[in-house]
Design a protein around this ligand. Structure first.
Ligand SMILES: Cc1ncc(C[n+]2csc(CCOP(=O)(O)OP(=O)(O)O)c2C)c(N)n1
Ligand SMILES: [Mg+2]
Length: 361
């Protein structure tokens, strides 16, 4: 392929933005048609999720949560895309994408149980169309193509959406899933949240491609790069991708440019060893909450009181949810066995008896 062709393709993937860092609309034609109530709901969800992140980090430090991957900085990317979905749509999250499934209907106490490795954290209620957060990088991408194809075959007007990171976009599964969904025109949306790092590896070292969005070209599907700190742009791009998908026009790859303020996970990662303070500062200036707050305040839709109401509500609900998680009976070995098998094989029957006896002591 000639250099010219490559340059031509790459130059087409300009970042889609609606709201700039000052909270001003810079792309009026693309602005979504959301009511004042819907705009406030979006802001409330972002504020709530920021509080949930702060509380989760402190609960983790107190030893009251298990695995936790911080989300601050990525609210617009996570919640703007989720807000564009219908209840019927399926979400296939990665480990950092717990907020999306909470807003899709997963009770908060179950999200806490998931963090603790309790099986009830994976028993999603009927009607919550989501899979458990995937830990294996990229594995959910192929499953998304499969679920999307299933939705199409059943004639549902619904999509399967998945989330991965910039690192996930380097996995074989990523290309395989996109290609398969493209070939079958399956209603799938692949969101790559490019937060610039896969643990400590910068995105520049992951790929020679200028954008991740352009990887859609080889799969023959739609691709767009979005300002991931702009909730209106993320919402609009996802909404359009959803419309196309359910109209039989195939899948879309959405790259959101974002940043995680915190460490990779709470398991001992120190971001100061691979990220500069300048880079942190540069991204904090783009903060999705600050930008959207400015926009709503200028429209007379948001105030300090509104914000503190949401903060109080979040704190209260988090307290209740952690209490409920604490009150959930501890998991037992016999639970795991009976959930895995409808009929226990002989050797496990013996173990079942053994554990029943132990657990009854
Ligand atoms: C197949 C596989 N390889 C390696 C890992 C270890 N690992 C966990 S998170 C991670 C980095 C992923 O980065 P990215 O996709 O950018 O997502 P982010 O954490 O930035 O949201 C790696 C390599 C894994 N979980 N699965
Ligand atoms: Mg990343």
């Amino acid at each position: 392929m000639g250099t010219k062709t490559l340059e031509q393709i790459e130059s087409q993937f300009e970042t889609f933005q609606i709201l700039n860092e000052e909270g001003e609309i810079v792309n009026k034609d693309a602005a979504p048609d959301l009511s004042d109530e819907e705009l406030k709901e979006l802001m409330s969800r972002m504020v709530y999720t920021r509080i949930l992140d702060q509380r989760s980090i402190s609960l983790n430090r107190q030893g009251r949560l298990g695995f936790y991957a911080p989300t601050a900085g990525q609210e617009a990317s996570q919640l703007g895309s989720q807000y564009a979905l219908d209840k019927e749509d399926w979400i296939l999250p990665g480990y950092r994408d717990v907020p999306q499934i909470i807003w899709h209907g997963l009770p908060l106490y179950q999200a806490f149980l998931f963090s603790r490795g309790h099986f009830h954290g994976n028993q999603f209620p009927e009607g919550v169309n989501a899979l458990s957060p995937q830990i294996i990088i990229g594995a959910q991408i192929i499953q998304t193509a499969g679920i999307a194809l299933g939705l199409k075959k059943r004639g549902k007007k619904a999509v399967a959406i998945t989330y991965t990171g910039d690192g996930g976009a380097s996995q074989g599964d990523f290309y395989e899933g996109m290609n398969f969904a493209g070939a079958f025109s399956a209603p799938a949306i692949f969101v790559v949240q490019n937060n610039r790092f896969a643990i400590s590896t910068p995105v520049e070292k992951q790929s020679a491609a200028k954008t991740i969005a352009q990887k859609a070209v080889a799969a023959g599907i739609h691709g767009i790069q979005v300002d991931g700190m702009d909730v209106l742009a993320v919402y609009t791009a996802t909404k359009e991708a959803r419309e196309r998908a359910i109209n039989g026009e195939g899948p879309t790859l959405i790259e959101t440019l974002t940043y995680r303020y915190g460490p990779h996970t709470m398991a001992g990662d120190d971001p100061t060893r691979y990220r500069s303070e300048e880079l942190d500062n540069e991204w904090e200036k783009k903060d999705p909450l600050v930008r959207f707050r400015k926009y709503l305040e200028a429209k007379g839709l948001w105030s300090e009181e509104e914000e503190s109401k949401v903060v109080e509500k979040a704190k209260e609900e988090i307290k209740e949810a952690i209490k409920k998680a604490d009150q959930t009976p501890k998991q037992k070995v016999t639970d795991l066995m009976s959930m895995m098998f409808e009929e226990l094989p002989q050797n496990l029957q013996e173990q079942m008896e053994e554990y029943k006896a132990k657990e009854s002591k």
